[in-house]
Design a protein around this ligand. Structure first.
Ligand SMILES: *Cc1c(COP(=O)(O)O)cnc(C)c1O
Length: 833
């Protein structure tokens, strides 16, 4: 927050205050009226190529701005609304930013380069943030206006401020330098000349380095080793210049290997300190990202963060989800989604992807690039030429920005198809009718234009049947349970059975990132291995462990549930071999009648475990059999009491495992005395209730929906038998929709002739026997239904819902079984809305 008055602002920007009171406080500065203003906000009217902020001065006044900075020729607007007149409103904004920067205590790190600035900034912030109070520019605010606004939002108390700086024209950098006044600098890379429109790489280098011409003597610059950065050029930097890849004083990357989608294992060497191996959430195919990551690692290292801390933080670094994500539909189409930002270099990188799919039909959907100033025309033309060179078969342009791209593409590849659309939703409709399994589709456009929506739609269209999983809703359900148990009780989330059909890896990855659970739980070691292989580093408790699993358990630092002395011995032997300590939870059978030792056997088992030096009893657990059933509450209370007694007995023998847990969904919701120090949530995370009594105790949201699309519609006269076994005869002229989903997919055959689905919100009964891949529904009463329409099988979507509990009841089973028997063939689609 700023702390200025209008008079001070007037002095800083060297302007003239007209109308209004100089003592009015100014707390914030905005250049856009669309979102309205907080109190005491000063509006700065900027003039761009196709935009003039002066047109919005009245709007700013109406929306509560306290004053405006305007060009000196602007005629006065409202009486009572203070105006500060200046020669150049952009420079005035920048002067204010510079003034605010000078009031900050912390150090400033400035990042520039041709691409990868935002990732470098995010990565720097993650690593430095593990040790210091760090702030950074929001998103990729790096232009003349963006940098000013980022600086104005900086909290003066932070230790470090990481600021991104981008230029699109010669001569712009000194303005950014004057505002940021960096203490340290990062030059990420020097891009390809023709994409930046600067003439030559040499000129790009000269211009970018101007950001660092006044670094203080105790500062430094990190730059790549690149022939274009000659000694003569670097001599202009008044302080120490480290060059990555050749300077032995910096950490270096000694290994980089892909270990699955979006996962890599890397080996980092720190001078004189040794080598660390860590797994990171970064795809190994991500071009150029290694250099960017090493910049961030080196920055933290030079600023005194210990290698251990650097590595731990880097392992947590998660670049935004939808950055260059390559998604393969089950029908074989590939979609390359890079809607994070669109600037020339990243568009070029994206187009390179086409090289990997020489035999596919190439579709490029392009929404253009913003903030290019005078380079606009040129940069867009280059994209058209490059798309032609990559043999794009179908170019779809959206909006007005890519006009020069179209022309260049048409000239260079006259035989290819082209189409143009006003906006994203028009384009999406068209693509839906065009895309097929032989396609590789690259989507690139400004995030602001909602290009990510195209990708969302694609994912659904390529597979008929989709199981939607709304991740934020799952998180919300977990938070609801956390509020129920209070802050002192830990949360373990059971993600056995593919996280009840939702896919354990995707769920764990999301929740680990959101930091809402303390532990994950799985049934088998094999499930835990898969989680570790896909980069999940959280605690994982394995319920059923066998001696032959000991090697994996110890190596992958899993926690084992132990209910036999053989298992304890196997773990101990293995831990000894691997020089590690294995954490175990003891399991007691207090009445469930399944795994676990009986209460009287717990003490001897605990003492056996204790006798092994490299085993640590971290927890003790039991499991309820009827916690969902109010008529059996006395049995559950007996289980709780037995568990309590076992704990006390161990305590009398100085064994006190910190994690004591018993409750699953039903116990958490219904038995407060069963929470102990941790709970194990399963079904409830998916918004389902084990029983009506649980439903009365807690309110959840449904995050899942199974949807398909009508494959065909047919009309049958009265008296026609339908499907196998002729188990249904039409009793009227009947309109039937054929759905591409059957019992193989998890739509239970016992729902034949009794279940229903929703078409456009209307009930359509299932008629005849459900087949392996097909199901028939009666849509006589839904005349508006068409082939291709979405059909809700169960769950909740677009305001319509069929409760999974209701479906389960119809066929005499429980919601758990419906959920976790969905076939792997069904496309899972995660939504983040
Ligand atoms: C499955 C399971 C849970 C979770 O049960 P929900 O009823 O789905 O919450 C908890 N503990 C153990 C041991 C389990 O097997």
């Amino acid at each position: 927050m700023l702390n200025l008055t209008l008079s001070e602002v007037t002095r800083i920007v060297d302007g003239q205050l007209q109308q209004g009171d100089g003592s009015i406080p100014v707390r914030a500065i905005e250049t856009d009226t669309r979102l309205g203003f907080r109190q005491n906000t000063l509006f700065v009217a900027l003039k761009g190529e196709n935009y003039d902020g002066h047109r919005f001065v009245n709007d700013a006044c109406k929306k509560g701005a306290c004053a405006a900075i305007v060009h000196q020729d602007m005629t006065p607007a409202h009486a009572g609304f203070a105006l500060i007149r200046v020669k150049n409103t952009l420079r005035a904004l920048q002067e204010l930013a510079r003034h605010h920067r000078e009031s900050c205590q912390g150090k400033f790190i400035a990042i520039t380069g041709s691409n990868g600035k935002t990732i470098a900034k995010d990565c720097c912030m993650t690593i430095l943030g593990s040790r210091y109070h760090v702030q950074g520019s929001p998103g990729s605010y790096n232009s003349q206006v963006g940098v000013a606004l980022s600086l104005l939002r900086i909290d003066p108390e932070a230790d470090f401020n990481v600021i991104e700086a981008g230029i699109s024209q010669i001569g712009e950098m000194p303005y950014l330098e004057r505002m940021i006044q960096p203490d340290y600098g990062l030059l990420i890379n020097v891009g390809v000349a023709h994409f930046e429109g600067f003439g030559s790489r040499q000129i790009i280098a000269v211009e970018k380095l101007k950001l660092f011409h006044n670094l203080p003597p105790e500062g430094w610059l990190l730059a790549p080793t690149d022939a274009v950065l000659t000694q003569a050029l670097l001599a202009k930097i008044p302080t120490r210049c480290y060059q990555l890849g050749t300077d032995l004083a910096l950490p270096s990357l000694t290994g980089w290997e892909g270990i699955g989608t979006n996962r890599s294992r890397l080996a980092l060497h720190f001078p004189q300190k040794g080598t660390w191996t860590i797994d990171v959430h970064i795809d190994s195919s991500w071009q150029g990202v290694t250099g960017t990551v090493m910049m961030a690692v080196s920055t933290a290292y030079l600023l005194g963060v210990e290698p251990d801390t650097v590595c731990q933080a880097l392992a947590q670094f998660n670049p935004p989800l939808n950055r260059l994500e390559i998604w393969k539909s089950q029908h074989g189409a590939f979609i390359v989604n890079d809607t994070y930002n669109a600037e020339p270099i990243s568009v070029n990188t994206c187009l390179q992807v086409f090289d990997q799919y020489p035999t596919k039909r190439k579709i490029f959907i392009f929404g253009g690039m913003t903030e290019l100033g005078t380079r606009h025309e040129y940069a867009h033309r280059i994209v058209g030429e490059e798309a032609a060179r990559k043999h794009v078969d179908l170019l779809l342009t959206v909006g007005d920005l890519p006009h020069p791209t179209k022309i260049a593409f048409r000239t260079n590849r006259p035989s290819a198809q082209m189409a143009h659309f006003k906006d994203v939703s028009e384009a999406t409709n068209y693509i839906e009718s065009q895309a097929g399994s032989q396609d590789v589709i690259v989507v690139k456009g400004p995030r602001r234009a909602h290009f990510d929506r195209i990708v969302q739609r694609f994912k659904t269209l390529l597979s008929n049947t989709v199981f939607y999983i709304n991740l934020p809703r799952i998180k919300q359900n977990i938070i609801t349970f956390k509020e129920h148990i209070g802050p002192d009780v830990k949360m373990l989330l059971m993600i056995k059975a593919l996280a009840y059909g939702a896919d354990a890896i995707a769920i764990a990855r999301y929740l680990e990132n959101e930091n809402v659970v303390d532990y994950f739980g799985v049934a088998y070691t094999s499930e835990a291995i898969e989680l570790r292989q896909s980069g999940i580093t959280s605690n994982i408790l394995v319920m059923l462990t066998r001696p032959e699993d000991a090697e994996d358990i110890v190596r992958l630092s899993l926690t084992a549930v132990v209910f036999s002395s053989e298992m304890a011995r196997a773990l101990s032997d293995e831990a000894l071999l691997q020089h590690k300590t294995a954490r175990v939870h003891l399991k007691v059978d207090t009445g469930m009648g399944r795994l676990g030792v009986f209460p009287e056997q717990v003490l001897p088992l605990a003492q056996t475990v204790e006798s092994h030096d490299n085993l640590e009893i971290e927890g003790i657990m039991t499991h309820f059999s009827v916690a969902d059933d109010p008529s059996e509450d006395s049995f559950t209370e007996k289980q709780i009491e037995r568990f309590q007694r076992v704990i006390e007995l161990l305590q009398q023998h100085d064994i006190d495992p910190p994690l004591k847990h018993a409750a699953a969904t039903a116990g958490i919701a219904r038995h407060v005395s069963s929470h102990f120090s941790m709970v194990r949530l399963g079904l409830g995370a998916y918004g389902l209730y084990p029983s009506d009594a649980v439903k009365q105790a807690i309110t959840l949201q449904c995050p899942v929906a199974l949807m398909t699309r009508i494959a065909e519609i047919k009309n049958y006269p009265t008296g026609t038998p339908l499907s196998y076994g002729k188990r249904f005869y039409t009793s009227r002229d009947t309109r039937v929709a054929i759905l591409p989903i059957g019992y193989h997919d998890g739509l239970r055959r016992s729902l034949s002739n009794q279940g229903y689905v929703l078409v456009d919100g209307n009930k359509a009964p299932i008629v005849g026997t459900i087949c392996m891949d097909f199901t028939l529904v009666d849509i006589t009463d839904v005349p508006q239904a068409r082939v291709g329409d979405e059909v809700l099988i169960f769950g909740e979507k677009n305001g319509h819902s069929i409760r999974i509990e209701t479906v389960a009841e119809m066929i005499g089973t429980i919601s758990y079984e419906i959920l976790c028997t969905l076939s792997a063939r069904i496309q899972r689609l995660y939504v983040m809305e």
